[in-house]
Ligand binder design. Sequence first.
Ligand code: AMP
Ligand code: GLY
Length: 426
Amino acid sequence: MKILVVGGGGREHAIIMKLAESPKVEKLYCTPGNGGISRYAECFGVKATDIDGVVALAKQLAVDMVVVAPDDPLVLGMVDALNAEGFMTFGPNKAAAIIEGSKVFSKELMKKYNIPTAGYEVFDDPNKAIEYIKAQNSYPTVVKADGLALGKGVVIAQDEAEAVDAVKSIMEDKMFGESGSRIVIEEFLTGPEVSVLSFTDGNVVIPMISSMDHKRAYDNDEGLNTGGMGTVAPNPYYTEDVAKECMEKIFLPTINAMKAENRTFKGCLYFGLMITPKGPKVIEYNCRFGDPETQVVLPLLDGDLCEIFEAIYNGKLADVKFSWKKEFCTCVVMASGGYPKKYPTGLEMSGMDDKGQVDGAFVYHAGTKYADGKFYTAGGRVLGVTATGATLPEALEKSYKAVDKISFENAHFRKDIGKRAMAAIK
Ligand code: AMP
Ligand code: GLY
C-alpha cells in the first residue's frame, strides 16, 4: 500500500515509523512532514488544513490510504472530502470529530448518556457567565473555550478576578478566535490524569496502552500549559480495576452514544481522564492520536498498524490481533527556549542521529528542518527523545542520556519527566 500521512509533528513521525514496519506498506508520503520525517517518507508542501490541496495530492500520488492525524483538518471535514473521492482513510469524519471540535457538544453528549465528567454550564453571553461566576463563588473554577484552541483554551481560575478575566479574554477579546464565542464553565476536579488512546471502528473499542502526559512547561508542573513536554507509558495510576471501570462507564458508552447520535466514530479516540476520589471522569475527548502520547504508545504496539487502520476503515477491528509489549516507554520533549510563548527558529542542531547515540532510544522530530545535511529547529516543540526499557527508570535513563547528546541554543526540556509515575510505583 501507498500511504499519505497528513501532519508534521512528532506524532506523525511516530505513526510513520510504525507504518514502516508493516509488510503491507510499500511507500510512505507525508505532508507537510518535517526534517526527521523526510528521511523516511517523501514530504510535500501542502498544509495539513488545506483540504483541496490534500485531496489533489492524494490523487496525484495515487495513494491507497490517507491518515489524517491532526485535529483541525479532521474537524474541518478532510476525511469526508477524501472519502467522497474514493480514498480509504484513517480518522473520523466531520460529524464524529465534533467530539473534540466542540466542548459544548462533548459535555452535552456526556450528560445525555450519563458518562462521568465534571459538572458544567454553557454560556454564549459573557455577562451571564460573569454573573454565574459571582453567584457560584467556588474556586478554583475551570473556564474553557468551546472550539479548538491548540490545547490552550483552558483556564484554571484561582479566584473571581482570574475567572472574570478568562471570560473576557476568551469571549470579548477572542484570544482563541471564534472558538471562544461559547464557553463552558466547569467544576474543578482533582486526581491523577491518565491518557488513554483507543482504536475504534464505531462498533468495538480497543484501548491502547495507557500513558501520562506532562502538560506544564516547567519542572514540578509549573509554568504555562503546553502541547505536552513529555510522556511515559504505561501510566501506573491506570490499574486493572480502573481500566475495567473506564470500559464499562466511559469507553463503550461513548462509542455507543456517538453511534446513537448518527456520528459513528472511526479512528483513534483519545480519552483524557482524571482518576478522582469518586472514580474516573472524562476531562476531554480528542478525535485523534495525542502528541506526545503517540510517541510512547506506538513503540509498545506488537502488531501491524497498517492492518489495524484498514480494519477500522472496513468496520472489522474485532478481527485484528495485536497486543502490547510488557515494557516501558518514555519521551522527553526538547523545546525551543521561550516555548509556549515566543521562540526563535532556524537554529542549527548538533548530535543528531536517529538513536541519539543510545541503544534503545529513538528521536522523533516535531519541529525540525533538514537542509544541506544539517538539522535546524523549526517549531516550539523540536524533538521527542524516546526510549524503551524493561523498567521505567531504565527507559528514562536512556531518554535523558540521548537528550544529553543533542544540543541547540537555548534548548529547554523538563528534567522531571516520569517523576510522578515513579512516585506512584514505589
Ligand atoms: P484540556 O485542554 O481540556 O486537556 O485541559 C488542559 C488541562 O487542564 C487538563 O489536562 C487538566 O490538567 C486541566 N483541566 C481541565 N479541565 C479540568 C477540570 N475540570 N478540573 C481540573 N483540571 C482540569
Ligand atoms: N498531549 C495532549 C494532546 O495531544 O492533546
